[in-house]
Structure formats: C-alpha cells, structure tokens
Ligand binder design. Sequence first.
Ligand code: GLC
Ligand code: CA
Length: 558
Amino acid sequence: MADIKKTWYKEMSVYQIWCRSFCDSNGDGIGDLPGVYSKLDYIQSLGVDGIWFSPIYPTPNCDYGYDISDYKNINPEFGTLDDFKKILDEVHRRGMRVFMDLVVNHTSTEHMWFKEACKSVDNPYHDYYIWGKGKGNKPPNNWLSVFEGNAWEYVKSVDEYYLHVFAKGQPDLNMDNPKVREEVKSIMRFWLDMGVDGFREDVITFISKKEGLPNGFPLPVATGIEHYKHGPHLEEYLDEFRQVLNEYDCFCVGEGPMTSLKDAVDFCSEGPNKKLDMLISFDHMSCDCFVTDWIKTPFSLTKLKNTMDKWQQAMYGVGWNALYIENHDHARIIDRYGDLRFRVQSGKMLATMYMFQCGTPFVYQGQEIGMTNIDIKHLYEYKDVMTFNNYNLFHKILHMSEARFCKLSSQVNRENARTPVQWSAEKNAGFTTADEAWFNINPNYKEINVEAAEKDPNSLLHYYRKLIKFRKENEVVIYGDFKQYYKNSNKLFVYERNYEGKKLLVICSFSADPVKFVAPEGIDLANGKLVINTYDVLEPAKNEFVTKPYEARVYLFD
Ligand code: GLC
Ligand code: CA
C-alpha cells in the first residue's frame, strides 16, 4: 500500500464563498464581508475547516472580481481591509482557516499597471502585459478569447493590441517579465504575512504563452488555447511561486482547465518538485456535456465513474485530489447529475459520492441546502459576460432565439450558481433588506432555505454536517485507497476505501428506479456497520438489497 503523508490540508473540508451573493449586511442588495462575519456560526456549524473566498479585491466587475484593479485591498462594495482582518482573526480563533483567490493570469484594465502600460511603449509597466502589432487592420494573430470574441484589443495611444484570453477588461499579464513575477510574489506575501492560509490559484496553468504567439487551430471560442493551456515556462513559474509558499505553513490549489491528468500528477506529486498541493480538475464536470457546459449531452454515469476512478488511482499515494461538484463556474449539481423530483435524496447521494473519495472536499455556498438552477426568461436579467458572449455565438451560428437561449441557459449557465443564498422564507430569502437584490433570487426560496433546512432533521443540510463530521473522525475516509466495483453499471456507483485494516463500502444509486445491489464477492454486509444511510434501513443486513430512489449507503468494516 502506498505510503501517504499526513498533512492538515488533506484532513480539512472547505467552504467556498462567492461574496456578492452570500449575505448582505447593509441593505444595498450586495453580499459583503460583514454579512460573512454574521454567518460564521453557521459556517462553523457545517464542520468545515476553512473558507475559500472567490476574489474580494477591488474590481470594476467585468468578471465579478476575477478582474482585479488592486491586489492588496478589499472591494469597497464588500467592505474594508479591516472588515477582512476581523474575519480572518475570528475564523482563526474558531480554529478554521482562510484561503484567498489569487488571480494572476490577468488583471483588470482598471489596474494602475495597465493604465500606465497604455501611456506609451516606453512606460515601465508596458511590458507587464502582452502586446502585439496589428497586421494591417487585423490583430496580431487569430486567437479568440474564452469570453468575448477576439482575444486582442487595440489601444490607440501605443498603436498596439493587448492580449486578453478572457474578457476585454482582463488583459493577460506578461509572466515572462521577471518584474511581473516579483509582483505576484509580493501579492502572495502580502496576504500570507497578514495570516491568510493559502490560495486557490485562478487559471494558473494559462500563465505562460508560447513564444512568438503563433496562430491557433480555429475554434468557435478560445482559438489559440493550445499555445497557453500548458505553456513553455509554466513549470518554472510555478516552482518560483512555490518557493514563496514554502516559507509559510499554507497550501495552494490550482485551477487547471483542460489540464491532463498526467500534468496534474506531475504538478501535485509529493517531493521537492511539488508545485501545487492539488488541482481543480474539470474532467468529472463534463459528464453531461461536450467540450463546454453549454453543449448538453445526456448525463453518463459511466463517464463520471471512469474519470473519477482515473484521478483517484493516479493521485493515490502520489499527490492529492481536490473534490468538488459545485462552484461559481457551473450550474447547480442536482439539476445536472441528480434529479429535481428527488431533490433532497439525489442531493444526499451526490454528496456522499464525492465527499467520501480520497481528497479534500470543497462545498460551494448553497450546495449544502440543495439550491437549484433558476429559470430566467430574458437576456437582460443576466449579469455575466460569458452569458452575453454565448448568446451572441448561439444566435449567430445556430440562429437561436432569445427564448430558446434562456431555456438552455437555465440548465447550463454558471449564473445559476450565483443567485443569492436562500437564508429564510422571508422577503428576498433573508439575503438582503433592500427592495431588490443585485441578481435574481430563485423563487423556490420559500421552500429551499437554510432556516427550513435547520428545522428538518432529514434535510440535506444536516446530512452534509454528518458527512463532514464522519470524514473528520474516520481516517479511512481521508487516507483510504480507492477501489471501484461494478464499473459498467449505469445505475450504481460502488466503491471501497481501505486504510489500516478498516474498510468502507460506499453504495450510491443514480436511479429513481429500484436497482438490485449485491455485495461484491468477499464482502459480507452482516460484518459491517451501516454508518451512513439516506433512508431508514429496517431489515437486518443482507448481502443484497433493492435500492430506493437515489439511495446512498455506507458500511464500515473494522
Ligand atoms: C476562472 C474562474 C472564473 C473566471 C475565469 C477568469 O475559471 O473560476 O470564474 O471567470 O477564471 O478569471
Ligand atoms: Ca452590502
């Protein structure tokens, strides 16, 4: 059996906060840090060990904080640096940790560096960004952005184009410039010195671009991606940043869209060359779509099982996995991999399915009460640059009407995960006292909200608490290996974890219909203890049973 190094970050569970929609304290309709502070009891009650804040820095909000105009301050819409320090102290006092989002592939066009960079080609900040001369009246190459048409934007004052892999307001930093890397390290130190416990590094695998910026293979979006999804100096730069992290007792999880498993293992392998402690993979989030969330396909359980199995096997004893099924970039999971007719039951099953694998689980705000997607009927009600870009694309290429687009969007759009957290059945779901929140509140808040979930002993919320607690108290969940059974079943996800003589058997049904489960050979359920169950189990343990809709059971063998 592989030798696993025990570390605090492997034992924790993390709660992700997308502040704008978490809790509004001052009635302006926008979630803020005092709002977070007021909910620390709640967050701690989940049993989590840390909070990851999606960006809370000053920003003009062209990508809701992922466009930063000042890396060493707090978004005034959210509060002040003192509000943040107050949270940091209080979270630490409660024995939990705080992680920041480090967004250094790009800044905002409102950042002082960029404003300077546009003044002249001789400005010391000019080389902080990636510039190119136009070809006639065409941009330097054929790259398309992920969010907004062309990846190049012309700036008259310097007669050059700047590169933006994401939105126009997100110019890419020139990481090849050593001064830029020094700035990144200084940002890291600023927060680490303040006491922050680590980072989630945004699209960190995109930071190195191929020399000469050659044309890319033409695609409807993100043309050129092959030249930066794992650029020539990526490893070098990650190593350089790692040096800083190594000076502190902190951890970092990198976000790596389209990063191969092989690269992920290389980056995360324990030892002197470890670059990242874990990597946010996208593979398991593509089991009901093709290439992008927006091209829907029927959900495939076998695809989900295969991908998860691969990451589990490859990382075990070598690196470490980040486990998640929701964040601010994807539609709500029950709508995708679960079943709205069995919202709570399928939510419980999905929670069990991912949290009991080997890795550090992340829970995204609202996931723990089973928030769902929202039906928005008009384009103007949306807020996100990606939505508008996708509308333009679908309209242009497929002649899709606004109504049809909105229908699709209600299934796949990441904005589904950005509606305000539903705290109670009161006005505006208890999120704000303003007349209106900054973004639509899901009308199902009367039924789905924290207050109601607290009162219901069978709620998803209480179930999440139970899973988080069980994981914390049982090393087999944290450090056990992973072995799958019935790989070809398109109804059941069954796996086993083993650690120091203990065994855990996790049985998850992805079906509303009854499915016959037979214990794998060599396992006698009568010898196990049923430690987690989503329905009452009255009959004594038999080696086979028929599942209830989306049932999950976990047996522990000592
Ligand atoms: C990451 C973030 C996403 C953001 C993008 C550009 O994927 O998670 O929200 O839009 O990077 O920064
Ligand atoms: Ca507010």
